[in-house]
Write a protein that binds this ligand. Structure first.
Ligand code: CAA
Length: 248
């Protein structure tokens, strides 16, 4: 809790499309929202826009793909703002390409940023959550971690790995009042998705029974729901939010 008794939420990758929507939704729902960023120029512009729109959100620098950098950032947030009650592991990148063309760097960058970051941040907030007997860890995975995607061996492997992490950690920390859940968005109208070649994206949207991309606010609403006190019996779960693209 912060000084005003508000729950503190850390959203990693806050300046991206989904991260921004999550920050806004959580702020509107009464949380003290803290964001993580990696690129300075983007962060400065983002803060200006947020302020102009009336959102009082602090940003902290950290490379979540690096254990020590993530740890130092979390220490700084907890010293300056207060203990983190909810961690949203949202930071993620793509380096799409068939495996036969994939460079070693593209494999490791995606695994480190999308999967190892989940360990790096969760490990660094967990002791405090256990001590306070409350916590919410929300991992942002993807439909492509559930079903695979041509050109995304690295991304799908990382996103599928999150599910195993969620299920196992949920069991370990349930007795401390900490819940751990995964959200698996489908194709949402973010810059990341809009970077997919137009023709390929049109084919993907054609497979979505809703016939459209998802909205960032639709995912953000689900994040805020899972952060709430009332979801205390939901843990180890995966929430699909993909317009019916993948149902099982
Ligand atoms: N299924 C089967 N074959 C396919 C295919 C598919 N979906 N897509 C391409 N191919 C085939 C092509 O027909 C072609 O075959 P031939 O060589 O026999 O002619 C071959 O693969 C090469 O195709 P490309 O020229 O497209 O190959 P490329 O290596 O230049 O590009 C790619 C491949 C990078 C995967 C490109 O198709 C692409 O960007 N696909 C989209 C990947 C995607 O959905 N990314 C999601 C990003 S957003 C995100 O990740 C958020 C989220 O969580 C949903």
């Amino acid at each position: 809790m912060d000084k005003q008794n508000k729950r503190i939420v850390l959203v990693t990758g806050a300046t991206g499309g989904l991260g921004t929507a999550m920050c806004k939704e959580l702020y509107k729902d009464g949380y003290h929202v803290v964001g993580n960023y990696h690129t300075k120029e983007k962060a400065e512009a983002w803060l200006k826009t947020m302020k102009a729109e009336g959102f009082d959100i602090q940003l902290f620098h950290g490379d979540v793909s690096d254990f020590d950098s993530a740890g130092a950032m979390i220490k700084k947030i907890e010293a300056e703002i207060g203990p983190i009650d909810t961690l949203v592991n949202n930071a993620g990148i793509t380096r799409d390409g068939r495996l036969i063309n994939m460079k070693k760097e593209d494999w490791y960058a995606v695994i480190n940023t999308n999967l190892n970051s989940v360990f790096n941040c969760s490990r660094n907030v967990l002791d405090g959550m256990i001590e306070r007997k409350f916590g919410r860890i929300i991992n942002i995975s993807s439909v492509n971690g559930q079903r695979g995607q041509f050109g995304q061996t690295n991304y799908s492997a990382a996103k599928a790995g999150m599910h195993g992490f969620t299920k196992s950690l949920a069991m370990e920390v349930a007795k401390y009042g900490i819940t751990v859940n995964t959200i698996s968005p489908g194709y949402i109208g973010t810059d990341m998705v809009m970077a997919v070649p137009e023709k390929v994206l049109a084919q993907i949207v054609a497979q979505v029974p809703m016939g459209r991309l998802g909205g960032t606010h639709e995912v953000a609403h689900l994040v805020s729901f899972l952060a709430s006190e009332e979801t205390s019996f939901i843990t180890g779960a995966n929430y699909s939010i993909n317009g019916g693209q993948h149902v099982y």
